[in-house]
Design a binder for this molecule. Structure first.
Ligand code: HEC
Length: 245
């Protein structure tokens, strides 16, 4: 009797090992292209930035990361449909060549997926909030301007305005709300709501997360992160007592 039990145990662990091996072979992890594609380093333009130019690094990448590269979607670890949307090279030089066709927004599948009206096909899929018109315009304009990898940081940091409506909320909308908004926000945290933002600063170390201090998961989790001027604005708002002004 006892012997039988042991054989059963041995057999079932062998079975388990085979199942696990099978799983590994048939669900290989996505391996990013080891060869960096040409032109992946951004061309850095010194401020003042041209208001007519769309700067990919500051204007487009943060919102693509926040709306498309959530974990479980188009982040490097998941690569849903083989598409990774967390950097210039993964967007421009990924497996899907027509994702972004420089100069041709109408030919670019990225935009087509965002503008799709069929709820089963639209990106991001519900319950995620659809991109708003201003975000769609920015992505369209970026592609129309040649889908370049430009970066521009204002040399002057305007620290005067760190009000909730004028500065902090727009900053969260660009960098955070794709993940921390909608019906199923990450960490249950809605950063578009003033009271929740205050709670996140007070109890969830929001500032430390955006400063990417050691021991805190970086927020946003990938991409360039907030620049020093944006972090200074959040610090200013906190120093004021986080008013809803
Ligand atoms: C791509 C998705 C994504 C973006 C963009 C993002 N977050 Fe998060 N955030 C997460 C996930 C996932 C978690 C939960 C896991 C963790 O803490 O790492 C989280 C957790 C948090 C937490 C809670 C940490 C805790 O201790 O519970 C804070 C605060 C936060 N994020 C702030 C921000 C801020 C501020 C921004 C924008 C500057 C931002 N996040 C952008 C995905 C994102």
């Amino acid at each position: 009797m006892e012997l039988n039990f042991i054989t059963m145990l041995q057999r079932s662990s062998l079975f388990l090992a085979i199942v696990m091996l099978w799983g590994c072979v048939h669900d290989p992890l996505y391996t990013p292209d080891p060869q960096p594609a040409p032109g992946t380093d951004p061309t850095v333009v010194e401020g003042p930035c041209d208001p007519e130019t769309v700067y990919f690094q500051q204007d487009v990448l943060p919102l693509i990361i926040a709306n498309c590269a959530q974990s479980g979607c188009h982040d490097a670890a998941t690569a849903e449909d083989g598409i990774v949307l967390d950097s210039f090279s993964s967007i421009l030089y990924g497996d899907d060549e027509d994702l972004v066709v420089p100069g041709q927004p109408g030919e670019s599948e990225l935009l087509a997926a965002i503008l799709e009206t069929d709820p089963d096909k639209v990106m991001p899929p519900p319950p995620a909030e659809p991109l708003d018109a201003a975000m769609v315009d920015l992505i369209t304009e970026w592609i129309a301007q040649g889908a370049l990898n430009l970066s521009c940081q204002e040399t002057e940091c305007d620290t005067a305005d760190h009000s909730w409506t004028g500065r902090i909320l727009p900053l969260f909308e660009l960098h955070c709300i794709g993940c921390h908004g909608g019906a199923e926000p990450e960490a249950g945290l809605l950063l578009g709501e003033h009271a929740q933002a205050v709670t996140a600063v007070t109890y969830m170390a929001l500032l430390e997360h955006v400063q990417q201090l050691e021991g805190y998961s970086p927020m946003p989790p990938s991409g360039p992160g907030l620049d020093s001027c944006e972090i200074a604005a959040i610090e200013g708002w906190i120093a004021d007592g986080m008013p809803e002004n």
